[in-house]
Design a protein around this ligand. Sequence first.
Ligand SMILES: [Zn+2]
Length: 79
Amino acid sequence: MTDCGCNKAMEELEEFLHNELSAEQCADIREHLANCDHCSAEHLVGITLTTKVKEACQEKAPDQLRDMIVGSLAQLEKS
Ligand SMILES: [Zn+2]
C-alpha cells in the first residue's frame, strides 16, 4: 500500500473537491482519506462548505449574494 501522506492529501484536497485531479491522483487521495481520520475530517468539512456555497448560489439571486458579500467586506474595512 502506498499512502501519499497528509501533506500531499491536504495540498490537493481543494482540487480533489473540485474534481480537478487526474483519476490517478484522486485514487491516491481517496486511499489516504480512507486511512486517515484527520484528513477525512478535513475532507468532510470541505465537502460541507462546497455544498453550502453551491446551495447558497442556487437559492439566492446572484445580485443578492453579491450585495451580501460586498456588504460584509465593507464592514470589515470599517472596523
Ligand atoms: Zn492524513
